[in-house]
Design a protein around this ligand. Structure first.
Ligand code: ADP
Ligand code: MG
Length: 617
């Protein structure tokens, strides 16, 4: 028998713990649910009919937060205490942002460049997690107000290119807002779910999700089989979106007026920008826009607008081309194209994307709501109201650890499916070595110094053993949210250590792209460097063993032999310093040739010694 709860405060009948879907966007955020009666996902709207909440937080003089439209109204008169685009700061250090720091009208703390950024308002400091949590808290209240029931569980979406740090930060923001975040899912995956693509059993589809929002653009290629979603590739530009269209229009108007061209009047500039956005939106459904600014008539027609934004649209198509290339697919393998983001309402955008892929795109749902709708569908699945589906993502960059000589040893290659598990055995370099440093890196280059360090820890308490004997098993585990756990265990003694990797700072998709480009560009030098490092490591080991041998067995050797060996050791040492791989290899071989006969002699002697006491019958 089903139980029914009654909310004593509101008197309404309480539904079974509803889980909401949340699109935490850079520009706008919103909540959606699957309606229990119709089983359809819907965006939650206040009585004003609006579902979108601008992702803006304003702090008043007492430090009280104001979120959404009310905060947006303060952008002009109180820019230094009105925080927009907090999503861009998630999991970032000042170094990651410095290039764009000037674009923010509020204060980003820049004293400690490697640690996570904070935003300063008066004498208070806010982390991006706190700022996002203010938005999530507002969404939670909104949902509770509309549904008339407490809301404590949510599925939150993130861009497919978000890394571990950014996903973890989003999860933390949810927790801080009093939400139990059941899952973090990728925005393109959510958009496909909203359209019900790939939901049917034994359906196989390849989908392109084109997402042009307010300030960011990305395109993802998904492959869906039997309800399993896999991101094949993702590409984009985190500084390209509807704001750039507004800017293009405003600049065009400024250029057409001598007085406006050089104006520094902040409020005039702001008025121009707002009118530009209004023009853009109107031109999505009308052919012509006119308004008056400071007593002057400004005009824009659709064809001129198209000319202004053409280069922006062309850039997004370049990304589509690249995403296809990364996925190893051609245009004909794309079965469906899904349009996401408010800026895909622009007719030229729709047209161009349609003709690029050569097929009708999905635009039946509101493009700025579709991600939240999909999150609600996923929430519904998690609530057990729908047949379970697995959601698979991929790692954007390879993950590995540092091994001897600073080499990157990859455990989970880039584009591996998530969740994922990998392990490998390592050993010690020195006799009696009791600790081992495990440094975790992300990137495609052969030397760790060119990759990004995510974390580092020490495995301690390894019992004394000769070098090479301990077996240290390092395992990587990436969970369904894309969060990495690294553990190291010495198998002979059982000594173990585990850490959850919460990287210090994240990577933008451009940085990921750059790291990939770098790895291609440096592929040849990297291979040479790797060979040099390997030769050097081998030579160093040869020197160490020879040194050990000399001090242990000097009685077996003639002074002349010792001198000969020493001179070869010196030659090998200087070969190492010369960083000439061929020379190092040659000198290693020579030293080996010189010392091998001694070693054999010692072995023989040891054998004789061992036989001495024994009677041979
Ligand atoms: P985000 O995902 O970045 O949070 P949205 O998907 O909500 O952003 O998109 C916001 C952008 O969509 C803004 O630049 C806004 O001006 C633009 N936009 C909204 N409605 C329209 C429209 N009718 N025509 C053109 N652009 C629009
Ligand atoms: Mg969005």
């Amino acid at each position: 028998m089903a139980k029914v709860g009654i909310n004593l405060v509101t008197g309404s009948i309480q539904q079974k713990d509803s889980i909401v879907g949340i699109d935490l966007g850079t520009t706008n955020s919103l909540v959606a649910i699957v309606r229990p009666d119709t089983r359809q996902p819907i965006a939650l709207r206040e009585t004003d009919g609006l579902a979108l909440v601008p992702s803006i937080v304003h702090f008043d003089a007492y430090g009280n937060p104001l979120v959404g439209n009310a905060a947006r109204d303060r952008l002009t008169d109180a820019p230094e205490r009105t925080i927009y685009s907090a999503k861009r700061l998630m999991g970032k250090s000042y170094n990651d942002l410095s290039e764009h720091a000037a674009q923010f009208s509020y204060k980003i703390i820049d004293d400690n460049t490697d640690s996570l950024v904070k935003v300063q308002v008066d004498d208070r400091f806010f982390t991006p997690i706190e700022l996002s949590s203010e938005i999530l808290r507002e969404l939670k209240h909104r949902a509770e107000h509309i549904l008339k029931t407490p809301v404590s569980k949510a599925v939150i979406t993130v861009p497919a290119y978000f890394n571990d740090a950014q996903r973890q930060a989003t999860r933390d923001a949810g927790k801080l807002a009093g939400l139990d975040v059941l899952r973090i899912i990728n925005e393109p995956t959510a958009a496909s779910l909203a359209y019900g693509l790939g939901v049917k059993a034994d359906e196989e589809k390849t989908i392109a999700v084109y997402d042009l929002g307010g300030g960011t653009f990305d395109v993802s290629i998904l492959h869906i089989t039997n309800g399993i979603f896999e991101v094949l590739s993702t590409h984009g530009d985190t500084y390209l979106g509807g704001d750039d269209m507004d800017r293009a229009i405003a600049n065009h108007w400024r250029a057409s007026d001598d007085e406006w061209r050089n104006t520094e009047d902040k409020s005039l500039l702001q008025r121009l920008r707002l009118a530009a956005e209004e023009a853009k939106k109107q031109l999505s459904t009308q052919d012509r826009f006119t308004t008056e600014i400071n007593g002057r008539e400004v005009v824009l027609d659709r064809s001129h607008f198209n000319k202004l934004i053409e280069p922006l649209v062309a850039r997004t198509l370049d990304s589509c081309r690249q995403a296809l290339r990364d996925a190893g697919l051609d245009i004909h393998s794309i079965d469906e194209v899904v349009m996401v983001g408010g800026s895909t309402r622009v007719p030229l955008v729709k047209e161009r994307v349609q003709s690029f892929f050569g097929k009708k795109v999905h635009d039946e749902l509101n493009p700025d709501e579709v991600v939240a709708l999909g999150a609600a569908v996923q929430a519904d699945i998690l609530a057990g109201n729908n047949t379970d589906m697995l959601l698979l993502d991929v790692t954007p960059l390879s993950l590995g650890i540092e091994t001897m000589g600073g080499l990157m040893d990859v455990l989970i290659p880039r584009n591996s499916k998530i969740p994922n598990k990998a392990g490998r055995q390592y050993t010690t370099q020195k006799d009696g070595q009791s600790g081992m440093r495990i440094s975790v890196f992300q990137g495609e280059r052969d030397l760790v110094q060119d990759n990004r360090k995510l974390a580092e820890f020490n495995l301690t308490g390894i019992p004394a053993m000769p070098a090479g004997l301990p077996k240290v098993e390092v395992s990587f585990l990436i969970d369904a949210d894309g969060i990495l756990k690294v553990s190291a265990k010495e198998l002979r003694s059982g000594v173990e250590q585990t850490i959850e990797v919460k990287p210090q700072y994240g990577l933008t998709d451009q940085e990921v792209e750059k790291m990939l480009m770098d790895s291609l560009q440096h592929a040849r030098t990297d291979i040479e460097l790797r060979a040099l490092v390997e030769a050097t490591t081998e030579a160093q080991q040869m020197l160490d063993t020879t040194e050990k041998f000399l001090s242990k067995h000097k009685d077996f050797l003639e002074p002349a032999e010792i001198e000969l060996t020493r001179s070869h050791m010196a030659k090998l040492q200087s070969a190492i310093e010369s960083k000439d791989k061929d020379l190092i290899q040659k000198e290693t071989e020579r030293l080996n040739d010189v010392s091998r006969p001694y070693a054999e002699r010692v072995m023989d002697a040891a054998l004789k010694e061992a036989m001495k006491g024994k009677k041979i019958m």
